[in-house]
Ligand binder design. Structure first.
Ligand code: NAD
Ligand code: ZN
Ligand code: ZN
Length: 343
């Protein structure tokens, strides 16, 4: 079967609230690249930030968003590859990196200054085909359901890495703030890693899902002071806190939930700032840090949790043509778990 010369893709033509689904030219794989025929792609809130131009460092329109793509290699570019035509691979936010700098050499490749970002600095997975760099593309286990595994490629790896970055031990309390695409997986990874998980969101249905997935305690931050409720439940605060929420309020609230000497990891990226009480942070010796997706090794580990049945994304499938409705529901906080486009 020969490959077509055009494909349908969702294109962000300018910053705004919608993308255009239209025909564009099929890309040609360059050195170390492969052309991948997509079977599925998760829709991450980062894709919405990208389309809206929310962040200080912006993508260059026109671009195709999407960085939770799963598909089959149909053509390899020049050079040596450790994958073959027919293999299932994914794209990821960490689309490629330089491999040479201090960050790449020391297992911190996501902070490489020359890193390319899937669906942001290079076209992503909201189309029938995409390019990947075969040195960086996640390997998809044989037999995995593309629609179900897709959210592991960003939401899964990001929260798995973020949980590790808190240094929280088995048996200790871990708050997950924001139970969306990232957060519903964070609850499951936290439980699988032996942590006592507490969920915080502003929607009761999200909190119900968190409890079904193993959270011991859930707080609605819209109706209850989450700092007070968590200090009381844990007898002094949570050891680790992972903030995935898409509202700046959740970032300041995390400090009040934290135990003395606890660690707060931010992964959510709402545009803006939050007030931080210096006295509290100093006197209670609180660590606050950011975390960006995960390395290729973190990715392999995050996928392995899925392959062993320890985490299972709560996914609803949609069509590429539904993408603007998905964005609208995402903006309004109406999505349970993750939506994956099925091609
Ligand atoms: P999502 O829309 O699926 O979920 C966001 C959740 O936050 C929703 O459940 C919503 O109800 C909840 N929320 C909103 N306001 C809240 C508040 N005040 N307190 C608690 N919860 C609140 O989004 P997602 O795909 O899970 O992404 C979450 C964020 O993480 C986005 O900003 C995204 O860009 C970012 N992200 C970061 C990385 C990284 O590497 N750091 C990777 C992926 C996504
Ligand atoms: Zn580098
Ligand atoms: Zn993402």
């Amino acid at each position: 079967m020969s490959t077509p010369t055009e494909m349908r893709a969702a294109v962000a033509e300018q910053f705004g609230s919608t993308v255009n689904v239209k025909e564009i030219d099929l890309p040609t794989p360059g050195p170390f690249q492969a052309l991948v025929k997509l079977h599925a792609s998760g829709v991450c809130h980062t894709d919405l930030h990208a389309v809206e131009g929310d962040w200080p460092v912006k993508p260059q329109p026109p671009f195709v968003p999407g960085h939770e793509g799963v598909g089959e290699i149909v053509e390899l570019g020049p050079g040596e590859h450790s994958v073959e035509v027919g293999d299932m691979v994914g794209n990821a936010w960490l689309w490629s990196a330089c491999g040479e700098c201090e960050f790449c050499r020391t297992g911190r490749e996501t902070y490489c200054k020359q890193a390319q970002y899937g669906g942001y600095t290079v076209n992503g997975s909201f189309g029938q085909y995409m390019l990947v760099d075969t040195r960086y593309a996640p390997r998809i286990p044989k037999g995995a359901d593309p629609v179900e595994i897709a959210p592991i490629l960003c939401a899964g790896v990001t929260v798995y890495k973020g949980l590790k970055e808190t240094g929280t031990k088995p048996g200790e309390f871990m708050v997950i703030s924001g139970i969306g695409g990232l957060g519903h997986l964070a609850v499951q990874y936290g439980v699988a890693m032996g942590m006592r998980v507490i969920a915080v969101d502003i929607a009761d249905d999200k909190l119900e899902l968190a409890k079904e997935l193993g959270a011991e305690f859930a707080v609605n931050a819209a109706t209850t002071d989450p700092g007070e409720a968590i200090q009381e439940f844990t007898g002094g605060g949570a050891h680790g806190i992972l903030v995935t929420a898409v509202h700046t309020d959740a970032f300041g609230q995390a400090i009040a939930m934290c135990r003395s000497n606890g660690t707060i990891v931010f992964v959510g990226l709402p545009p803006g700032d939050f007030p931080a009480p210096i006295f509290d942070i100093v006197l209670r010796g609180i660590t606050i840090k950011g975390s960006l997706v995960g390395t290729r090794q973190d990715m392999a580990e995050a996928i392995d949790f899925y392959a062993r049945g320890k985490v299972k994304p709560h996914v609803t499938a949609c069509e590429l043509d539904d993408i603007n409705d998905v964005f609208e529901d995402m903006r309004n906080g109406k999505i349970a778990g993750r939506i994956s486009i099925k091609y």
